[in-house]
Design a protein around this ligand. Structure first.
Ligand code: NAP
Length: 304
């Protein structure tokens, strides 16, 4: 069974190269002819791992190509591209096709699932880290773990073990939404402040009261959504992450520093929208969202 990989960026390449070297058939789906030509000039994907570069000449085609039907797809683009990217391959998906959605935050997964009602959409949450240091070059920067689950329940697919065998450490989650909400809560309490204060994660220890105020409102939100354990544990988890990643710049900080679009609409934006839907006040989160949008506007970056 071929793994189709839509989104040959950091995580897409990290998955594609590991699957390919484990002998799994892999096919990349690239944006257009121009990207396909650029890929061919490079001769494949280069994975940099533990200081060593390896070239993987994987098969690639454009998303618009009328190729073979797709049973298994990894959607590895950013949250704001997910719905359009999924729509571009919809006609090739077999009924019951399985799609792993790698997007951070929440909201894009549900949009894709609504767009593709005949497919089985599985959501992933990953602590692995990778970045691109060139076109079709990816650096495996942080070992981590991935959880996959189905919002609509249903059994774990039999092929999960193949992913572990390919060196992608992964487990099935019976409550993937809770896992994604926990991660979203952490992100909302840390990342926007690192952008506004232009600081590393650790410097937020000097803004403890502000962080605690955000945790309080995020806790209310998690509680209202029924994630009571996550709500109770949020503040201590946030403090643990701030201490453990003190020297790091958050992903949102790095996106803004590099003039890249952020995934704010699927993180803080989603939290505020969900708060409104549930009738919660959440004044600190809403004010933070407004401040962050103002900063993005000033920098000429999209506010959503
Ligand atoms: P990325 O490096 O920006 O890669 C995204 C890729 O998607 C790009 O190669 C882009 O193509 C491609 N793409 C977008 N729209 C497309 C379309 N319509 N057709 C074909 N290709 C399309 O992003 P990433 O860092 O891998 O992140 C992917 C998701 O994983 C994000 O939600 C991110 O938050 C999450 N995540 C990332 C990490 C990490 O360490 N990187 C860790 C955890 C979670 P072009 O190259 O042509 O622009």
């Amino acid at each position: 069974m071929t793994w189709y990989i839509l989104g040959a960026g950091s995580l897409g390449c990290l998955w594609a190269t590991r699957l390919a070297r484990a002998g799994q058939p892999v096919q990349l789906l690239l944006r257009d002819r121009q990207r396909l030509n650029a890929y061919r000039e490079r001769g494949g994907i280069t994975l940099s791992e533990d200081g060593r570069d390896s070239l993987y000449p994987l098969v690639a085609e454009t998303v618009g190509h009328a190729g073979a039907p797709i049973q298994r797809l990894l959607l590895a683009c950013k949250a704001y591209d997910a719905e359009e990217a999924a729509a571009s391959v919809a006609a090739r998906l077999l009924p019951g096709a399985e799609i792993i959605l790698l997007q951070n935050g929440l909201g894009s997964q549900q949009a894709v699932a609504a767009h593709l009602p005949r497919a089985r959409c599985l959501y992933a949450s990953s602590t692995e880290g990778a970045f691109r240091d060139g076109d079709f070059r990816v650096v495996f920067a942080g070992r981590g773990h991935t959880w996959i689950g189905d919002e609509r329940q249903g059994p774990a697919p039999a092929w999960l073990a193949t992913l572990n065998d390919a060196g992608i450490p992964l487990d099935w989650s019976d409550d993937i939404l809770e896992r994604l909400w926990r991660k979203l809560g952490l992100n909302c309490a840390i990342n926007p402040l690192t952008v506004l204060y232009q600081c590393r994660n650790g410097e937020l220890a000097g803004h403890a009261e502000e962080v605690a105020g955000l945790c309080d409102e995020l806790g209310q939100l998690l509680h209202a959504r029924g994630h009571t354990d996550a709500a109770r544990e949020l503040q201590s988890e946030v403090e643990r992450v701030i201490a453990a990643t003190a020297k790091n710049y958050s992903s949102m900080y790095q996106d803004v520093a590099h003039g890249r679009r952020t995934e704010i609409a699927y993180l803080l934006g989603h939290a505020c929208a969900e708060g409104r839907r549930l009738g919660l006040g959440l004044p600190r989160l809403n004010a933070l969202h407004e401040r962050l949008r103002g900063l993005l506007r000033q920098r000429g970056l999209p506010e959503a």
